[in-house]
Design a binder for this molecule. Structure first.
Ligand code: NDP
Ligand code: OXD
Length: 314
């Protein structure tokens, strides 16, 4: 059962080692081995070169080594009938949950202001508000959004969530669809994005949206935290919102162009925290075990978990 392994921008060696250790009888080839494409049954990929998945005549399953499948779905040459499994793993979920909690607390506890004071040798105590004075609004109530909400609720933040379809029983206020976006934003102080990139979410975080969250809370303006995809945000609009005070801070893990170009004004912006698309990495060993479990289900004629729905785009 030959596997094509391709990981753009990520070292493939830990993936190769994990596959060799856990599936020793599966030969692994790379996208450079075109002479062996005819034998490939599985493609384990992260951002594969456009076109390559359409060159594998015996391909049975595509394994996306990350959670977001936008790069694969953007490639029109990918055969439509091949199932795509995406990464859903407690390791990824908890890493994202940590990242979101870290960024929310970073802004709530005014770390940027204290760091600026520290650089100037200033000892000044700023007013301190309880978490319960703020609502964290989470765009996307999937695996990651629902998990991120839990520790924030435990800390006392009020939570609001927005999804495509209605949600019930999550223990916080939920909104859905276009009609729900306005009331959701009006009830939000800190906006967290954990959406997939789809035709509906491209450019969603623009100046019109950024002006809608509440700005009467203790932070004096909005906070944007994006761990979803860079294509969902309009960089120039975020800078505009920061400039006019609509936003008083932003934490961005994802960008329209990655790596973030050296010329980007985000690098030196005093109100912006940048992490280089590391909010939640896939762990090769854990992910390989999960994929092999799913493939065993597939081989036994059972339905695999977390299959991508091409119609909804995630
Ligand atoms: P899921 O598919 O589990 O959840 C997606 C959520 O987004 C669902 O609640 C879905 O609504 C909602 N959604 C999708 N489209 C819309 C829309 N048009 N309007 C409103 N809500 C919408 O995904 P995950 O939680 O696993 O991952 C989310 C994203 O996080 C990934 O696609 C990826 O882009 C990003 N990610 C980033 C990482 C990083 O390191 N920065 C790491 C991992 C993931 P519904 O529930 O109704 O279907
Ligand atoms: C992603 C991931 O989808 O890293 O960004 O899993």
């Amino acid at each position: 059962m030959t596997i094509l392994l391709h990981t753009t921008g990520i070292d493939p060696k830990p993936w190769l080692a994990a596959i060799e250790a856990q599936a020793p009888r599966s030969p692994v080839i790379s996208a450079m081995d075109a002479d062996r494409f005819a034998e490939v049954r599985q493609a384990w990929v992260w951002k594969p070169p456009p076109g390559v998945l359409g060159l594998l005549p015996k391909l049975e399953v595509i394994v996306n080594l990350g959670a977001g499948v936008d790069a694969i779905l953007a490639d029109t040459t990918v055969p439509q009938h091949i199932p795509i499994i995406r990464a859903v793993d407690p390791n990824i979920t908890m890493r994202m949950t940590e990242w979101v909690a870290l960024q929310v607390l970073f802004h709530h506890r005014q770390v940027p202001a204290y760091l600026a004071q520290q650089r100037q040798g200033t000892w000044r105590q700023l007013p301190q508000k309880a978490a319960s004075a703020l609502t964290v609004g989470i765009l996307g109530l999937g695996v990651l959004g629902r998990s991120a909400a839990k520790p924030l609720m435990g800390l006392g933040f009020r939570i609001a969530g927005w999804s495509r379809t209605p949600k019930h029983g999550l223990g916080f206020d939920t909104y859905h669809g276009e009609a729900g976006l306005g009331p959701f934003l009006a009830n939000t102080d800190i906006l967290v994005c954990l959406l997939p990139l789809t035709p509906q979410t491209i450019g969603l975080i623009n100046i019109a949206l950024l002006r809608r969250p509440r700005r009467t809370g203790p932070l004096g303006g909005g906070i944007l935290i994006n761990g979803g995809r860079g294509g969902q945000q309009v960089g120039a609009d975020i800078l505009q919102a920061l400039g006019e005070g609509t936003l008083v801070g932003a934490s961005l893990d994802v960008f329209e162009t990655e790596p973030l170009p050296a010329s980007s004004p985000f690098w030196s912006h005093p109100k912006v925290v940048i992490t280089p698309h590391v909010a939640a990495d896939s762990d090769p060993e854990a992910m390989t075990a999960y994929v092999l479990e799913q493939l065993a289900r597939h081989a036994a004629g059972q339905t695999m978990d977390n299959l991508v729905d091409r119609n909804s785009g995630y």
